[in-house]
Design a protein around this ligand. Structure first.
Ligand code: TRP
Length: 451
């Protein structure tokens, strides 16, 4: 089955759909970003707010993106326009689709840089670079790595090239088939790493406390906004990607239970990454708040000091690169679909053109780790600026637009039927989707403006 567009088919099964949606959701967000954001934002306060944001805001928006896509059976921009017209509303709602695609474009530029790190670490780990290293030493390797703009550029180019190749060839089907093995594989390797952290360090309890002991005093507007933004990022929300996937979904699929499965898988992977990484952070006296390099400094310590670590480490970075690719192709797809539709370019040229422009922006991001580290936009380097602009503003705002549209501009009875909800379940759905979710997002923005 082809997941590209226009003459599209349907997902072969509910299972195939879950796989593709999970493939988009599970990526660098879970294993690279979640742990480092947790470290930067002070631990449990961030984790608990994030879990709350996922359940009360992420889930309803995920369901509505799928529902809108399924109803319209078209690309995200036209889907918004179609459903808006169907509901007797202004077609201008399609602007949400446009902003979403712009966001996908920006996210992919820095996502590819980190995907490149994963590829490079695959070779570093596999060649035994980290044998017997301490945390100080792996940290030094990482710093040297960041300073070398040429090699960052090489790996960013390879990652972007792979993404373009997959999307241009429309080989998503093969990739999805491969995910059936790769995703459980990733979960398994993470499990081994959690086991290693539990056995080989004495900091497992401390890490669990850091991640889960509620410390509500540590919560402030910034932490909540970061958690909200990450809830969107990790579920691939707010850019029409899930709408696009919903367009290939059959009427008989139960959106609620499917959402539950995808969200549980996504969250479990993120929490496992946290429990693999933080025991190492504490045991080796590393800084939890060290930022984007966290997994690249901590995990090599485990790989360098355990039996079979070289092979397991290489395997881990293969699986991580793979998870990153199933996400990056979901980011490129809508951009390519738009270019293809609005210009005379065919699919392959559209993919290459979009890829080159995104790649260029990515180069600016990777230079901000070395030669351009002084260049600041509103107090952030280029990489941080793009990350914050998308995660903290664009994703939550488009998500807010979708949930307000769904809760206040669409026929609720029809939604009730499409979701198959009755009685109390429907009452809860209404309360959450019409009040809790939109008000929570608005409250976060207001508190941030005031704080
Ligand atoms: N969810 C992916 C991750 O966690 C990243 C991603 C893919 C994404 N598609 C997206 C983020 C769409 C936001 C919007 O790595």
């Amino acid at each position: 089955m082809n997941t590209t567009k226009a003459s599209h088919g349907q997902w072969s099964s509910r299972f195939g759909f879950i796989l593709a949606a999970t493939g988009s959701a599970v990526g660098l967000g879970n294993i690279w970003k979640f742990p480092y954001m947790t470290g930067v934002s002070g631990g449990s306060a961030f984790v608990l707010t994030y879990l709350l944001c996922i359940t009360l805001i992420g889930v309803p928006i995920l369901i509505m993106e799928w529902l809108i896509g399924r109803r319209a059976q078209q690309n995200p921009i036209q889907a918004m326009e179609f459903v808006a017209r169907q509901e007797g509303r202004s077609p201008a709602w399609k602007v949400l689709g446009f902003v979403g695609i712009l966001g996908a474009f920006l996210i992919l530029s820095f996502y590819s840089v980190i995907g490149g790190w994963a590829l490079d670490y695959l070779f570093l780990t596999g060649s035994g670079t980290f044998q017997g290293m301490t945390g100080k030493e792996t940290g030094a390797v990482f710093e040297g790595f960041l300073a070398n703009a040429g090699s960052l550029m090489l790996w960013h180019t390879v990652f972007m090239g792979l993404t373009v190749w997959i999307v241009a060839m429309g080989v998503t089907t093969g990739l999805e088939r491969a995910s059936r093995i790769m995703m459980p594989g990733l979960a398994l390797v993470l499990l081994i790493l959690v086991g290693y952290a539990a056995v080989a360090t004495d900091s497992f309890g401390r890490a669990a406390a850091f991640l889960f002991t509620p410390d509500w005093s540590a919560i402030n507007g910034q932490v909540v906004l970061a958690a909200l933004g990450h809830a969107f990022f990790t579920l691939s929300l707010g850019m029409g990607i899930m709408t696009a996937y919903g367009a290939y979904l059959g009427k008989e699929v139960n959106l609620l239970s499917t959402a539950r499965t995808v969200v549980i898988l996504d969250t479990t992977i993120a929490l496992m990454a946290g429990m693999a990484i933080f025991p190492l952070v504490f045991a080796h006296n590393l800084e939890p708040s060290s930022g984007p390099g966290l997994i690249f400094v901590t995990l090599p310590i485990a790989f360098g000091n355990m039996t079979g670590g070289t092979v397991l480490g290489a395997l881990f970075f293969v699986l991580l690169s793979f998870a990153a690719l199933t996400s990056s192709m979901s980011l490129l797809e809508p951009v390519v679909a738009l270019v293809e539709e609005r210009t005379s370019l065919g699919r392959k040229s559209a993919a290459v053109t979009a890829g080159v422009v995104i790649w260029l922006l990515g180069v600016a991001s990777l230079l901000s780790f070395n030669h351009w580290s002084e260049i600041q936009i509103l107090g952030n380097n280029i990489f941080d600026f793009l990350d914050k602009l998308t995660s903290k503003f664009m994703l939550p705002l488009t998500g807010l637009g979708i949930i307000i549209f769904a809760g206040w501009f669409m026929n609720q009875e029809k939604i009730r039927q499409e979701l198959g909800l009755e009685g109390t379940a429907y009452l809860i759905w209404s309360l959450v989707s019409r009040f809790v979710a939109p008000l929570a997002v608005i409250a976060v923005f207001i508190s941030m403006l005031l704080g």
